[in-house]
Design a protein around this ligand. Structure first.
Ligand SMILES: [Zn+2]
Length: 182
């Protein structure tokens, strides 16, 4: 077993079996149903070692430059503009689809496009301004839907689909482009 493969364990009462996921930042997450022994997890990961290494190497090799080669100075330069843009778009999309939120903020996230808090605050990666409109809208709609469903349940995805029937295509585009977004 290669000891270099680091992974996080996510215990899930809904998971029916052990699952592994590799994200584009190279991180590995094992989703584990309740009651599975540590030794079983270890063995499972050892069995999948080659698959994991292939995936990790794949993500290392794809060009993430477009989104990751920004500096703190870039952030300072664009954050006002990004905030203005996001505020305007969130306002119009939430009005159109009946969402109410608290505050909108822009952050210099390294690995995510957005997040939504329990108190109804929405955070967006300032780099959203460099994306095509359909991707911007997907990211905003995704976070708006979290105002009603604060998880990635089936209900959540149905809500996203209702507003954006082609969301899956755009979601995959974003994923293949580099910066991880669920
Ligand atoms: Zn989400």
């Amino acid at each position: 077993m290669n000891k270099d493969i680091k992974y996080k364990i996510k215990k899930s009462s809904r998971a029916k079996r052990l699952r592994l996921a590799v994200y584009c930042d190279g991180s590995v997450v094992a989703t584990v149903p309740r009651g599975v022994k540590q030794s079983t997890i270890k063995r499972y990961i050892a069995d999948k070692e080659q698959w994991l290494l292939d995936k990790i190497n794949f993500f290392k090799s794809i060009d993430n430059k477009a989104i990751s080669n920004f500096s703190e100075a870039d952030y300072m330069r664009h954050k006002e503009e990004a905030l203005k843009f996001v505020e305007k778009r969130v306002k119009s999309l939430s009005k159109k689809h009946g969402f109410s939120y608290n505050k909108v903020m822009v952050k210099n996230h390294k690995t995510r496009w957005g997040s939504c808090s329990k108190s109804g605050n929405l955070n967006f990666n300032y780099k959203i301004i460099f994306l095509p409109k359909r991707q911007q809208d997907y990211i905003i709609i995704h976070e708006l839907c979290h105002l009603k469903e604060l998880n990635h349940s089936r209900k959540f995805w149905l809500l996203v689909e209702e507003i954006m029937p082609n969301y899956l295509k755009i979601k995959n585009e974003l994923k293949n482009q580099g910066l991880f977004y669920r």
